[in-house]
Design a protein. Sequence first.
Lengths: 332, 201, 644
Amino acid sequence: MRRGSLVQLILLGVVATAITGAVAVLVPWLPESAGKEADRIEFVYWFTTVIAVAVFAVVAAVLTYSVWKFRVRPDDDSDGPPVHGHTNLEIVWTAIPAILVTAISVVSAIVLAQNGRAGDHPLRIKVVAQQFAWQFTYPDGKTYGHLTLEKDRPTQLDITAKDVLHSFWVPQLSQKQDAVVGQHNKLVVTPTKTGTFPVVCTELCGLGHSIMRSRVEVLTKAGYEAWAKGGGVTGGRRPPGLTAFNQFGCNSCHTFTAASATGTIGPSLDKLKEAAAKAGKPLDAFIRESIIDPNAYIAPGFSPGVMPATFKSQIPAKDLDALVKFLATNTK
Amino acid sequence: MSAAAEAHEHGAHPPPIHYSSRVAPAILGMFLFIASEIMLFGSFFTVYFFDRVVAQPSEWPPPPFERPWFIALVNTCILVTSSFTMHWATTAIKRGNRAGLQAGMVLTFLMGLTFLLTQVIEYHRIGFNTADGAFAATFFGLTGLHGGHVFVGLTILLVVTIRAFRGHFSAEAHHGVEIAGIYWHFVDVMWIVVYFTVYVL
Amino acid sequence: MSATTHDIHSTPPSHGGSQPRARSAWTAAGWLRVLWTIPLFGGLGLGLVCLIRWLAGWDPVWDGPPLVTVELVTIPLGFLVGLGGFDYWAYYASGKPTRPEDHSGHGAYSWRDYFRINTDHKVIGIQYVVTTIFFFCCGGVLAMLFRAELAKPGDQYFNPQTFNVLVADHAALMIFLFIIPAFAGLGNYVIPLMLGAPDMAFPRLNALSFWLLPIAGVMLLAGMVTPGGGPSTGWTCYAPLCTHQPLGQVFFNMAVQWAGASSIMTALNFLVTIITMRAPGMTFWRMPLLVWANFTTSLLVVIATPFIAGSQFFVMFDRVMHTHFFEVDGGGYVLGYQHIFWFYSHPAVYIMMLPGFGIVSEVIAVMARKPVFGYRLMALSLMAILVLGFSVWAHHMFVAGMAPWLRVPMMVTSMVIAVPTGIKIFSWLATMWEGRIHLTTPMLFVLGFLSMFVIGGLSGIYLASVPIDIHASDTYFIVAHIHYVLFGGSVFTIFAGIYYWFPKMTGRMYDERLGKLHFWLTFIGFNLTFFPMHYIGLQGMPRRVADYADRFADFNLFISIASFGLGASTIVFLYNMVKSWRWGPLAVGNPWRALTLEWQVSSPPPIFNFDEPPTVVGSPYEYGVPGARHAIFGPAVREPVPAD
Ligand code: HEA
Ligand code: HEA
Ligand code: CUA
Ligand SMILES: [Cu+2]
């Protein structure tokens, strides 16, 4: 091909690279990283992006150039040069992509290995997912509806599910792992920034999937230890109803002052009296019914089918009694 | 445009088909169909091994269940024999021996039928049903899938038998028999694999 | 729609309808007979279930789910019997002497002939394309509905249940009733012509496999409105969620079975046709790349599709017969479902792309007036994708908690697929290079495909990299990937194919200006709709949610509006098709000056395609080669057929 056209082609390539590169760089594609693993993943992401931009620029440049230069008017019925192939060229565009994807694979494999390491003394937390709530149990046996982590401390989550598949994801920490019934999957996160981030369920798990959210709070070392002492829901001297309340995950969907629960997925249980009145039922009966048959009465502003109907079978009779008593006595 | 021009003169009569392969289309089709059948069984074997190996059950079969391997063995022999009679039928008609074809088909059909009925009775007496865990699920899955294939096979055999008695097929034209035979042999071989996996392994 | 195939033939044969011809209209194959065969078979199914349950001593003798399952088999059978799908075989089975095929089921002389069992591959091709476009519109309308829901956070029009149903059926319709069968339809029409064959190898099977489609489609749509609600588990319907679903789930499972059966039958037909019915001289290395593409695709279908059949059986048994294939507390293995499902559904994504590659090769060579660059490597890369396609399924399970050692190998194989795909992309670019490019509508869609599919493919590379996938999995980034490869890839090629062969199929020319308008509206609307999804996905918006965090509100509003524009663009297409088919200017036999065989006959082609098989003497893409011929017609000078 002539020199001039080569220049034009290269210019086109530069323009294409510039535009694609701009889109890649100027848009903050990834959420601001708040964890070691996220940083590594971000590295792989950029490594891949460089290659992707290059590849797309080449394709775009050649495409636009051809359309621009080789396009003819409809009435032109001449044919192009009968070129059937060019072995060296074909070898080149087989080899280069092969090399590039190998590079991506290697980088990814290394990062994957690093992101799996939890160090010697990780903080170990048991994560139990159920429709549609998260439970986080700490080494000292305390259970919470939301996750609290210590800055710069490697944490190993041991993730499982009670009913169907769920998936634990914190966008800022980048790590994700499905929760599978009867399986304990490990996930390592090492937060590097303090603050509050969302916990999202990313595996379709039923009607409440879209609202199965919780939060993770990352505290400084001091802050974390202070928090670890107080709060929480220890075993031992507590009304059994409270234990049940947390054990079956009520705390993650409902607000209930007496249990220092702040969930907003379901209606606030501090207002049980009014609700019972609306439903025209005695308080105890109403609470019991709402647990074992959630759809019997739907609080205004909430959609039916969100609260799982499985508690009927999940909660043993005596726990249920305790729970009802606890709620009835402590509601405002 | 040339072809189109001529096309107008001709009425609705197809041109001679040019065959670019030595295999008859119907037979090739049957083999490809069997390939995908094998994959269907493959998926059932996959789930079987997931439930038996990967899910790591403590015991297989879980007590108190046990597998009636002896009846099944007898059944296996019946089915294998039927494969030979099928082969006999095919070779017979290839030599133009109609009586042989008819006898072979009838025998094959009856043995296949015996196999199927035995399996039904076995299901009835086996002492567990589909709801009894992964073992039962895979057991009924594999044997049931195969049972279904025996049923289809029998239908095909029945058709061939009828035609055999209606005086069709000859030393020259016997694809019908041949294809039915291929399918029946497949059902047979598949059973041997199923038997070893489900009853013996 | 009368101006269609074969009305160039002055007089239709005296007899219509398919054999054996019966006396009364009620017993003759046709819609009247359907009216009573459906209730008949419905009744038989009911009787069967009750009888078995009674014999086995189960009660209640009358039980919902199993009954529904059986009915979903028997009623469609009744429909097919009524329509005459099995007449010939019933006739054969009853032992009557086989009559020589009298081709009464062949060809279309009025629009009615499109609504009966028709054994002409050209008619079937058109039946396929029209039906699939209808389901495309249905699937698209569902998308419009849930986009409306997603325009604002919170629940507006649909509760989560309905929303999930919409999403599931949107995907199922698009995949099982649009893309896969649409390619089957185009292939059906073109392949025998390209091979120089009078028809497919098994015309009756061909007719049957078409009529399974409406069954599957109606079943899916019916599943949405079953009492208790439809399948709300996405198109992947993972266990164990979908084993605890309302009855609609069973409809979904069975619909997939019918669609799967249909595509297996078609694939068998393609394979046998391609292997046994090539014209003299048409060696494998002289076949057009579209034929190569459908050859590889059919292999994929035959080998992989039984696995989705299996997976749907298992979840259905878990649902209906209370088995425990995937139920942990029964000793089942939960992830088993995903392995089996994806062992089909990854190859499926290539089933949904390879025929498109074929179409692109055809169009580019013709519109750039140059031979396809590196023909052999093009064919071989198809084969490479076919093989690799079976070794990557677990890249959909990187975060599923499967055996960790599977991750890296699956990542590598997934990446490697970029190489053969790249070969194709670059070869197409090289084909255009220094060509004489005619920017007709099909070419525009092909160019759109080239650019959009590369984006989709590259996002696929991001996903293939395990660490990135761990972040991006099950977010809108996936949704973006899906649509860049499926819409920007498959759908664009389908449009290209429809425009390219429109003159051949209908004998009329489409409206070029409307075609270009359709392209630009689609192209722009498509990017406005799906490009932002990359961003909100990576930022943290999960997929399959009816309600989402408020910070995504603006983006989703924008996407929804854009998607309505995209939907509207389809109306231009539909208008163009209907108008041109009815009133468009008559098309000549070979408007594109193409070399492949289908263009060497009249538009639409004569009822049996060729008077006698043409003799193929060269490559199908010898553009610019002086005096090159692909095939010789008429009294052929038989040149020795090279064996391959
Ligand atoms: C037409 C359909 C189609 C096609 C062709 C592809 C092609 C590819 N897909 Fe995609 N995919 C889907 C349809 C498709 N996909 C669907 C529907 C889903 C979602 C399913 C669901 O969960 O609902 C999915 C999901 C999906 C996942 C799972 C994500 C997740 O759920 O977590 C992954 C992960 O690896 C993946 C990867 C790939 C790769 C590597 C390719 C490759 O084949 C792409 C190869 C092409 C290119 C790379 C571009 C051209 C090449 C060049 C220009 C050469 C140079 C390139 C380089 C050097 C990189 N896809
Ligand atoms: C080929 C496949 C294909 C195609 C073409 C499309 C087309 C579209 N898809 Fe779809 N989509 C999928 C395959 C496809 N999709 C898959 C596999 C999934 C995953 C599902 C899952 O998670 O399980 C998905 C999921 C999916 C989602 C994510 C849902 C979720 O996760 O919550 C979204 C969200 O915006 C979406 C949007 C759209 C839109 C706006 C279109 C538009 O392009 C549609 C445009 C509209 C039309 C083309 C028709 C309009 C026609 C008219 C309005 C008039 C004519 C009407 C008649 C004559 C009846 N799709
Ligand atoms: Cu839990 Cu989605
Ligand atoms: Cu895939």
